[in-house]
Write a protein that binds this ligand. Structure first.
Ligand SMILES: CSC[C@H]1O[C@H](OP(=O)(O)O)[C@H](O)[C@@H]1O
Length: 331
C-alpha cells in the first residue's frame, strides 16, 4: 500500500490509522482501523464519520485487509459488511461497489482517496465564488477535513473563501446530540483561524431574523435525483428558517454523494441511532434512564428549499435540479 494522509486518516504503507473523532477536541487519539471488523465498529460509533470519509476509510481498510492476505471470500464478506456499516451516506456504498469490482484493491483505495481530495477542491472553487465579502455564514454539523479526504465540503468552501481574503464570520451550530459542530467544526475553525461563533441549534433562527447570516452552507449524506437531500438532523429546520427569512441555502457535496437510484428524498434510508445519545450518558446524562427518546441521525430537505446545490463540477439551482440536471452531470 502506498502511504497517504488526511486530517483524520493516515496509511503508513502497512497500517491504517484513524483519528478518533469521539475524543476531539480534548484528545487526538489515533486508532488502528486496518481490520474491516474494527473499521465497522469505528464507523458505527462515529469515531470515523462524515459521508465522504467513511467511504474512503472503508476502502482503505478493505485494501489493507487484502494486502495482508485475505482470501477472495474473506474480501467479499468484508466488503459487504463494511457497505452495511451505516445506511444513509451513499458514499460508503459507492466506495464499496468500486472496491468489490477492483482488480487491484490497493490502487483502487488510493484512487478513491485522491479523487476525494480533488472533489473537495472542486466544491471549494465553485462554492467560494458564491460567498461575498463580509458575509455571515451559518453551517451545521461537521463538513471539513475531518469528514473528507481533502479540505471538506461546506467547510471546505468556507475555508477557501477565507483563504481568498473574503472577510467572513462563521456561525457553527453545535449540532445535537453528538455535537459534531461544537466539537469538530469548532476545532477545525480554530485551527484554520477563521472568525467564528459557536451557537446552540436553537439560536439559528434568531441570527437569521436579525440579519446576522447572509448564507447557509451545509453538507449532505445523500442527494436524490430530483435534488432532495439528506443531511444531519436539524438541516431541514434550518432550510425552513432560511427560506422564511430569505437567506440563500446551499447544500455542498461531491458527485459521490448523489444517488440517482433515489428518485426523491422519500427513498433515502434514515439512520436511527441509540436514544441514549439524546438522553446523554455517564457523567453527561441529563434525562431519566426510562425516558423515551427519538434519535434520527439525519433528515431530508426538499429541493424546494434549496437555493442551489454546490457540487465538485458546478452550482445548480433548484430549477435545474428539478429538471433532472443531476442525471446529466453525475450519470
Ligand atoms: C462532508 S458531509 C458530512 C456529513 O456527514 C455528517 O454526518 P455524521 O457526522 O453522522 O457522519 C453530517 O451529516 C455531514 O453533513
Amino acid at each position: 500500500m502506498t502511504p497517504f494522509e488526511s486530517l483524520g486518516l493516515k496509511h503508513d504503507g502497512r497500517t491504517l490509522w484513524v483519528l478518533d473523532q469521539t475524543q476531539l477536541p480534548d484528545a487526538e487519539v489515533w486508532l488502528d482501523g486496518s481490520a474491516p471488523e474494527d473499521m465497522i465498529a469505528l464507523i458505527k460509533r462515529l469515531a470515523v464519520r462524515g459521508a465522504p470519509l467513511i467511504g474512503v476509510a472503508a476502502a482503505a481498510s478493505l485494501a489493507t485487509c487484502a494486502a495482508r492476505g485475505a482470501s477472495a471470500a474473506e474480501y467479499a464478506a468484508a466488503c459487504a459488511a463494511l457497505r452495511a456499516a451505516r445506511p444513509t451516506a451513499v458514499n460508503l456504498m459507492w466506495a464499496m461497489d468500486r472496491m468489490k469490482a477492483a482488480t487491484d484493491p490497493g490502487a483502487e483505495a488510493q484512487a478513491i482517496f485522491e479523487e476525494d481530495v480533488r472533489l473537495c477542491e472542486g466544491m471549494a472553487q465553485h462554492g467560494a465564488a458564491l460567498i461575498q465579502e463580509g458575509e455571515g455564514i451559518l453551517t451545521h454539523c461537521n463538513t471539513g477535513g475531518l469528514a473528507t479526504a481533502g479540505i471538506g465540503t461546506a467547510l471546505g468552501v468556507i475555508r477557501r473563501a477565507h483563504e481568498q481574503g473574503k472577510r467572513i464570520h462563521v456561525f457553527a451550530d453545535e449540532t445535537r446530540p453528538l455535537l459534531q459542530g461544537g466539537r469538530l467544526t469548532a476545532w477545525e475553525l480554530s485551527k484554520l483561524g477563521i472568525p467564528s461563533t459557536l451557537i446552540t441549534d436553537s439560536m439559528a433562527a434568531l441570527l437569521l431574523r436579525d440579519g446576522k447570516v447572509q448564507r447557509v452552507l451545509v453538507g449532505s449524506d445523500r442527494v436524490a435525483a430530483n435534488g432532495d437531500f439528506a443531511n444531519k438532523v436539524g438541516t431541514y429546520g434550518l432550510a425552513v428558517q432560511a427560506r422564511f427569512h430569505g437567506v440563500p441555502f446551499h447544500p455542498v457535496a461531491p458527485f459521490s454523494t448523489v444517488d440517482l437510484a433515489c428518485p426523491t428524498g422519500a427513498a433515502i434510508p434514515i439512520e436511527e441511532r441509540d436514544p441514549a445519545e439524546v438522553r446523554g450518558h455517564g457523567r453527561l446524562r441529563w434525562a431519566p434512564e426510562g425516558m423515551a427518546a427519538w434519535n434520527p441521525s439525519f433528515d431530508v430537505t426538499p429541493v424546494e428549499l434549496v437555493t442551489s446545490l454546490v457540487l465538485d463540477r458546478g452550482v445548480y439551482s433548484a430549477g435545474q435540479l428539478r429538471s433532472g440536471v443531476l442525471a446529466r452531470v453525475c450519470g
